[in-house]
Every structure is written in C-alpha cells, then in structure tokens.
Design a protein around this ligand. Sequence first.
Ligand code: NAI
Length: 387
Amino acid sequence: MVVEPKVKGFICTTAHPVGCKKNVQNQICYTKENGEIKGPKKVLVIGASTGYGLASRITAAFAMNAATIGVMFEKEATGKRTATPGFYNTKAFDEAAKEAGLYTKSINGDAFSAEIKKEVIDTIKKDLGQVDMVVYSLAAPRRTMADGTVFSSSLKTVGEPFTQKNWNFKDNSIGEGTIGSATEEEIAGTIKVMGGEDWMDWIDALVENDAIASDAVTIAYSYIGPKLTYPVYHEGTIGMAKKHLKESADAITKKQAQKGIKAYVSVNKALVTQASAAIPVVPLYLSVLYKVMKEKDIHEGCIEQMNRLFKDKMFGGDAIEVMEDGMIHVDDWEMREDVQSEVMDIWEKISSENLLELADVDGYWNDFYNMFGFKLADVDYSADVEV
Ligand code: NAI
C-alpha cells in the first residue's frame, strides 16, 4: 500500500517502513564516517528503537563494533495499520548489523516486567556471557508492576500552574500555553515510571545472574535546559523523576563498588521526539533553539549527540568526563551562553507575525516527520510498500 503521514495534533499515526529504514541507514552512515571508537564490546540498550536509545545502539555497533541486545516496546502492523516507527527501525538495524557481521538480538516487550528481564538475561548468558555496558533510555507513559498496579507519568508543574508563550500548530500563531500543576499522586507516578527504580532493578538482576562484567558501565539520559522551561521540565514532575534517576546512578555505583560497576547520567540536548512535541512551550523553544544552533553550525540530532557522548565524553580519553554536578554533559553546546542569550532575545520578540522568520519552523517539522519515516530524501513515497 501507499503510506502517507496522518498527523493529528502532535502525533502521527502512520509510519513509513522504507523511510524508517532510510533514517537508520543515514545514522549508520554518519557513525561510520565519524570514525571508530574504542569502547565496550557487548552492549545492552534498554529503549533501543527510537530517539537516543536507537542512536546509542547504532553508535555502539557501528563505531565500537559492539555486539548489541536491544529492548523495545513496539507494535507490529495489523491489517491496514502500519507498525510503529520503532518496529521498522529495529528491523532495519538488525538487517544492517547482520550484514556487517555484528551480533544483534532485539527483544520486543515490556522492559519493566520480570519476564522480559529474564528473557534478556537468558539471551546474554547463552550468546554473550556478560555485557560490559548497559544503556537505559526508556521514555514510557506508564509502568505496570508485578501485582498489576499501573503508574502513569505526567508532564506537569510542581506547585503553581505555569503560563508561557506557546506555538499553536493549527494556524502557526503564537499564543499562550498553560501547564497545570500536578497532584502528589501524579508526582509519585512520574517518579515511578521515569525515575531510576527500574534501572536499579535491571542492574541488580544482571549482577545476581552474573550477566554483567566487573567494571562495566551503565548510563541513563536526562535533560535540564534553560530557566525558561524549568517550570515544565527541570522543576516539574519529569524533573523530579530525573532527580531520582541521578540519585539512582549514585546508589548503583555505591552498591556495586566491589564489582567496579559505575553508573552515569548524561544530560543531553533537547530534541524533537514524540514526547517533547506534546508539551506546551517546548516546541517553540526547540524551533528557536534549532534556528540559533543551525546558524552557528553547532546543531546536532540524536546520532551526533551519541557519537560525541561516546567518543569525546566517555571512551575517547583517559577518564569519563563528569562535570561538577556529577553528570556528563552533551547539552554543553545548547547551554552555551551565546546560544542561550540569542534564544532568549528571540523569545522576547517572537510573535505570530515573525514566527517563520525567527524560528526554524521547517526544521522542527522536518525532524517530526523524519521520526515516522516521512520527508526523507531518496524515498519514493508514491510507491506501494509492504507494511
Ligand atoms: P523515545 O520515545 O524516542 O524512545 C523511548 C524508547 O523506550 C523506545 O525505544 C521505546 O520502544 C522504549 N520503551 C518505552 N516503553 C517501554 C517499555 N515499557 N518497555 C520497553 N521499551 C519501552 O525517547 P527519547 O526522547 O529518546 O528519550 C530517551 C531518554 O532520553 C529519556 O530518558 C528522556 O527523558 C531522555 N532525554 C530526551 C531528550 C529529548 O529532547 N528527547 C533530551 C534529554 C534526555
């Protein structure tokens, strides 16, 4: 069938299999051109099918020549419904890795569950013995516990509601967006889903089953951003979960000191993903940020970020580059003073009249469509494809 994008508000309900494959190939191409990285050789990536996790897996495989096991939660196609982008991405990754002679195994299921943890550990024991790196890159809306209790994550403020400039996608106008404040239950739920508890469970399970090497490293991703977005992010419900993630990293390192396993948090750059498109205020910040960073020729996507993380910050030098706050920072270019002061200048001035001139509206939408395999160069979108 011919697959077309079906965008409803801030989500796209279709994905293009050939476009997704092209997207993965482009990331592999970039990684190979960027050169080899001497790093871990057996890497488990939890949340490996889209965004930062997929880029981490591609970098591990195609720059570090690592065997990879990926875990993801994706839907296959049914009838006329296409699969989710992560499903096609994973298929494309597996094909490319096999072609390159690299070990790859992808496990599609709920990473929070004991069954999937067991399946992964059994696979490691059987095929690799142990892993020497674990990337934890889950972004999930909810978590089901062993007893059936479901926790949900929410994107709200902690304290007062927050109102800021907001980009109205329907008519490209600038208005105001308000984010409501979370209840105690919503704060606790977000920490349960997006905090570090499940990450700790994974490392405990791997250690108990002798499926992780001594001196292995594990990393999870966080975001801080500018003061402007603090109420919705850093000081909001998700920020509380990220605080828990950092505390979990410290707890893992302490608990596993004897085995020499070290846990890190990397603070990454803000990028267009399915989740960020849904938060008021954030898309406008992103499109202004893209404009400024592209003009300075320092704009990066997930794959550039993960290559720089592994190459320059983690495995390129004598030691992993941890900053004063105890975290690795690949948000360093986003947070550069000249970048942020230009973003804030534009923020003050931006309106419905000058949006197209002052923000990178096309760049924003291009990234959005690319996530679902659309608007990629050299893909024939009029052709019939197998979904
Ligand atoms: P994403 O939505 O692109 O990827 C999420 C991954 O998690 C996918 O592979 C998905 O299949 C998997 N997943 C979700 N629920 C699952 C479950 N129950 N079981 C197994 N797999 C599951 O997200 P993105 O943006 O790459 O985020 C990854 C991490 O990076 C998150 O911790 C996020 O907070 C962080 N981050 C994101 C930034 C951004 O601007 N997008 C900036 C800085 C950090």
